[in-house]
Design a protein around this ligand. Sequence first.
Ligand code: F0G
Length: 462
Amino acid sequence: MGESNWPQAEPYRIKVVEPIRRLSRSEREQALDRAGLNPFLLKSDEVFIDLLTDSGTGAMSDNQWAGMMVGDESYAGSRNYYNLEKAVRDIFGYPFFLPTHQGRGAENVLFPLLIEKNKYVPGNMHFDTTKAHIEMAGGRGVNLVRQEAYDLNSEYPFKGDMDIEALVNFIEEKGKEQISFILMTITCNSGGGQPVSLGNMQKVREIANKYALPLFLDAARFSENAYFVKKREQGQAEKSIGEIIREFFCLADGCTISAKKDGLVNIGGLLAFAEGQEELFQQARERLVPLEGFVTYGGLAGRDMEAMARGLYEVQEEAYLAQRVGQVERLGKKLIAAGVPIQKPVGGHAVFVDGKTWLSHIPQEQFPSQALSIELYLESGVRAVEVGTILAGRHPETGENIMPDLDLLRLTVPRRTYTDNHMDFVVEAFRRLDARREKIKGVRFAYEPKILRHFTARFARA
Ligand code: F0G
């Protein structure tokens, strides 16, 4: 067998545990009724295994917790700020950096500096809050990801890649003066945690140069992306994760990062700029103070910045990444073996179940993946989140429900938090649901909020 072929054991041991409890079936029914059949409105104590998000839900290491104890809570000039600045310089190669309270804080500081009214921000696929911030700044977000991204069964290894031809056509058609900047999201969360290849990023850089457009990274899952590049992209296997990360960031003018993902912290974010972007950095610095806080804390405690500085190094360890990405892939493979249709290949942080196909007897108007999230919770106490028709909302002009091609249920795996036994429990929940799958009913709105309806909507069975 040699050195390979070992089972994927977690490269850590557990020093602190947090008890979780599964409510009884009747307690789960009552909890879900109180929540208006919307798992988002459950109390976390009512949830057994929580796969709502991988954002801020991970476990910190002993080294990060030790860092929390050396927090310097000075209002200005905290030593932890300087440690974080060093980490950003070492890891991304960026000399200019600002801490923010989370990813959307960085977006809120940066976007109004780059966006002019009604101008476009093309990207592979924008995350929801990112799109909202583009629109709040007066711009228009456009998704130009490769077509394979919309085909759940395509095994294309870099489904987060930008469609280069579409990008060029878009810029030519609108005129480069109508474009504010280009944004690449790594990994592409809304496209299923699918990676972007280094080759694609290089091509996007060439186009940005040709049309003199700024290019930014939305890099919440930068290390998971680098791991996929190392494993899947020709010619990249010999490079270290750190080298691949550096190459990506060298190709951009700056980045926004939600450190709640690959920063391995529960709260935090950052905004950073490459060499040559000093002027933009100065402008961002000025905006940071009223929006997030003074330039050396940006909405964070000193201890939070220290934990982030340490997390940004830890997340690049290959043994960690192999287990992290491997755990998500293993969950996906077991679901496939149980006959559950999912997006392929499995993404970095989540498995996306094709609710519309699995529950094909439920019309899309009755929100199949929402119905699935409800039944999954009732069956097992597992919480997941719909990424489909509810999330898509209504057409701004016609007021009709938008019917996206994909109606999915996201099983998002927090980092270093659950074991493979928890994942097996999730698979067993789907097996049990399969036995009564055809009897699962759709849902309708009992209360529908006007904006961001998925968070607070209430439902009734159709
Ligand atoms: N960009 C991406 C790609 C994200 O996935 C997120 C958050 C953000 C920006 C915003 O960062 O939450 O720190 O303000 N994604 C979370 C999720 C919420 O569940 O996918 P934030």
